[in-house]
Design a binder for this molecule. Structure first.
Ligand code: ZN
Length: 424
């Protein structure tokens, strides 16, 4: 196992110091003989980022992404752990499939891949999947989600919330009332009306969140709300938290930055579910993230093959890449606006998602696993889809200058990324 001295890095952007990596953990003692030195002057060091919401597409759509290519994109984005959503083919609704994804993650060795288990068999919303078997499997599943679809039946949702209490699991809900979103192509509002596209109303998200926080409070369980996108959702979450309901929520980088008027380009790269909303929603999401109403930033990294994305708006699959650009977009939306500092950003991109997923605490303390990311806060870069580590190309930030860049990532003492490139 290699030893490293990370010279002059600034933990959370505060006082620079030397970090010593020995036997896979952080120490402050003298550097061991033969330690490799990484000059980190001017760089910010954060605990390795943790994503609660990643689509790795394997098994089933390896043409769009594999566990390995998604892991490489994650490492290059500063992540050391990702939660892989269950809407694969076959669906991750059994111990066998979640163990397969977990094993592929271990073989890739670039990030910890934590499978998310489906709530219902085949994501069909009709009967509960083997939640207990997935929790007891080698993959130790703690988050369950039918993401891509909501758990629509309230009785089934109640039973799922009751079931996961036994092992402190959490149900992560894709909050969407499908009867209200039938045929929806973008956010319901003035832009949709102008373009003549069917709208996805904010109330379809808010109604489902309201129902679920009431069920969660009744059961005394844990709910996590995926990709919150509206100002009204933030209000409901604020109310639920004030009542002491055990609800957490995430927001994506793109919902913190992009707005629904981008649909006017008819470029399907901007088609996403839930859809991009209005500038007022973006402002409310930023405020909700800053004041802790929204707990975490999660990418909803959604790679799609060219034929599924480079088509007309109506036929294109929703979703965009996110792992390689998340930190930069978060810096743009939250740091450069003064709403968060580096410590606040690290809490929302590392420590809190780790806690929600039941992972070991993310810290830079002595004795902690040496899983961290080094960021150049002064860098500016322009994402090039052709250079992405992902197998897909659907990034909305192509050709757009972004601030801050991940320079290196370490996973338990071994570099996965050096000089901005994955080491393997
Ligand atoms: Zn979703």
């Amino acid at each position: 196992m290699s030893a490293w001295v990370i010279k002059g890095a600034a933990p959370y952007g505060e006082e620079p110091t030397d970090l010593v990596v020995r036997d896979g953990v952080l120490s402050t003692g003298p550097a061991p003989k033969g330690a490799q030195v990484l000059d980190a002057a001017g760089l910010v060091v954060l605990p390795g980022l943790v994503d609660l919401h990643t689509h790795l597409r394997e098994p089933g759509r390896e043409d769009a992404e594999t566990v390995e290519t998604g892991s490489r994109a994650a490492a290059q984005g500063g992540y050391t752990a990702v939660h892989a959503m269950a809407n694969t083919d076959p669906v991750a609704d059994t111990a066998g499939v979640v163990e397969q994804v977990w094993r592929l993650g271990r073989e890739a060795g670039l990030v910890d891949v934590r499978p998310v288990g489906a709530v219902t068999v085949g994501l069909a919303g009709e009967r509960l999947a083997e939640l207990g078997a997935m929790a007891d499997s080698a993959a130790r599943v703690r988050i369950f989600s039918d993401d891509g679809k909501p758990v629509h039946d309230p009785q089934l949702m109640r039973r799922a919330l009751e079931y996961v209490k036994a092992f402190d699991g959490v149900i992560a809900q894709h909050a969407e009332e499908p009867k209200l979103t039938a045929g929806a192509q973008m956010n319901e509002g003035v832009v949709a009306a102008r373009l003549g596209l069917t709208g996805w109303p904010a109330a379809a998200e808010e109604a489902m969140i309201a129902r679920d926080v009431l069920l969660t409070a009744h059961v005394g369980s844990r709910l996590h709300v995926c990709h919150v996108s509206t100002a009204g959702s933030v209000d409901i979450l604020r109310w639920a938290k004030a009542k002491g309901t055990r609800v957490t929520a995430e927001v994506t980088p793109h919902h913190l930055l992009l707005t629904d008027d981008l649909a006017e380009t008819y470029d399907p790269v901007y088609k996403v579910n839930p859809p991009l909303r209005t500038a007022e929603d973006v402002a409310a999401l930023r405020d909700g993230l800053a004041d802790g109403t929204i707990d975490a930033i999660a990418t909803d990294h959604a790679p799609h093959a060219l034929e599924d994305k480079e088509t007309e708006w109506g036929a294109a699959r929703p979703g965009m890449l996110g792992l390689e650009t998340a930190l930069s977009v978060a810096v743009l939306a939250m740091l450069e606006t003064g709403l968060l500092d580096w410590r606040g950003l690290a809490l929302r991109m590392s420590a809190t998602p780790a806690r929600i997923g039941g992972l070991a605490p993310s810290t830079l303390d002595e004795g902690a696993p040496a899983s961290f990311t080094l960021v150049d806060p002064a860098a500016h870069w322009t994402p090039d889809p052709a250079a992405s580590a992902s197998r897909s190309r659907n990034t909305p930030y192509a050709g757009r200058e972004l601030p801050a860049r991940v320079v290196a990532t370490f996973l338990r003492g071994e570099p996965t990324v050096l000089d901005g490139k994955a080491v393997r």
